[in-house]
Design a protein around this ligand. Structure first.
Ligand code: FDA
Length: 305
């Protein structure tokens, strides 16, 4: 119930204005967001790399409604990739991007063209791109863009969401040689017709999808903080005799930091998803929806100023 309310608020411009103008403690946003600019993103990447973690960087922005905004997002990714190369961080860092931030909602071709240009920049910098997955109305379009990008940039990855009923089939489709798939539970409010609703059904779907990906020839990226799913991931890695460099665990910046380091110390590849940028509102609200304790932290910060 609380999750539904927060996710509805995540899409409300009125609530967004209220939250953004509230004297919000910087510490709360800073827990999940690296900062507002490229320099801050680079600084956090360096810190995480020093701690033995790999990184994927996400320039926050999902309410792109004009071609100018889409172009600005592309410009920032190109700038970021240049800066990562210059700082010699492309060995540990890739980028994640939302096609909606590149204009997918109003011009699919424009979003594809921008994503293509970002893949060119990533390839020149010596790294790669993973496409985030947004609400279910965009899944087909995102997977089509992925297939086209992979023709020229075969390491381009995508996210699949275990809560969608279609995802087992998508996993089978994508569990191919060299294919990078980030498997997460799913963060949007979706109707029952397309998505499992109970935590148990979502977890069971996650395990079925993980079995498909971990037994296949692709490169699975297990994106979860759920201790049971992580343990099952470790078990499947042993069962399917996967070498440590053939799959990854992935978690969000600011969530279960100790567990991220523990897994890395055990020899697993662990990648931290690091968002940065000024448009943190939607991202932040989805993180709050995931854990009521985060909401308490957020409200305390709001009322303490
Ligand atoms: P779950 O939410 O059940 O949490 C399990 C445990 O982890 C909790 O009990 C708690 O201990 C801890 N935890 C989880 N979330 C926390 C939080 N915010 N704060 C503190 N503790 C927390 N979604 C999507 O729809 N599209 C996408 O493209 C992506 N991309 C993505 C990339 C990466 C690298 C990750 C890790 C996640 C995503 N997600 C996503 C988000 C994902 O769908 C999901 O909403 C969150 O990962 C939370 O689900 P868990 O699997 O962690 O389990």
């Amino acid at each position: 119930m609380l999750r539904s309310v927060i996710l509805a608020a995540a899409r409300s411009a009125r609530v967004e204005r209220l939250v953004e103008t509230a004297p919000l403690s910087r510490d709360v946003v800073r827990r999940f967001v690296a900062g507002t600019d490229t320099a801050a993103a680079l600084g956090v990447t360096r810190q995480l790399a020093d701690a033995g973690l790999a990184v994927t960087l996400d320039n926050l922005g999902e309410d792109t409604v004009t071609p100018e905004q889409a172009q600005a997002t592309r410009d920032e990714y190109e700038r970021l990739l240049g800066a990562l190369a210059e700082a010699e961080l492309t060995g540990v860092a890739e980028v994640s991007l939302k096609l909606s931030a590149l204009g997918q909602r109003f011009d699919e071709k424009l979003a594809y063209d921008h994503a293509y240009a970002i893949c060119v920049a990533a390839s020149a910098a010596g790294t790669t791109v993973t496409l985030d997955m947004e609400d279910h109305t965009t899944t087909d379009s995102t997977l089509e863009v992925l297939a086209r990008l992979r023709e020229d940039f075969p390491t381009t990855g995508a996210v699949l969401q275990a809560y969608l009923r279609r995802t087992e089939d998508d996993c089978r489709e994508l569990a191919k040689d060299g294919s990078r798939v980030r498997l997460c539970k799913g963060a949007y409010k979706e109707p029952e017709a397309v998505a499992y609703q109970s935590a148990l059904d979502i977890d069971l779907s996650y395990v079925r999808c993980m079995n498909i990906l971990m037994s296949g020839p692709g490169y699975p990226m297990l994106a979860t903080h759920d201790p049971r799913l992580i343990a099952i991931g470790e078990d499947r890695a042993k069962w399917f005799e996967r070498a440590a460099d053939t799959f990854e665990f992935q978690m969000l910046y600011g969530v279960r930091d100790g567990e991220q380091r523990r897994l890395a110390e055990q020899g697993y590849v662990v990648r931290t998803y690091v968002p940065y940028g000024t448009e943190w509102y939607g991202y932040m609200m989805r993180r709050l929806a995931e854990k009521p304790a985060n909401m308490a932290l957020f409200l305390r910060a709001l009322s303490s100023r």
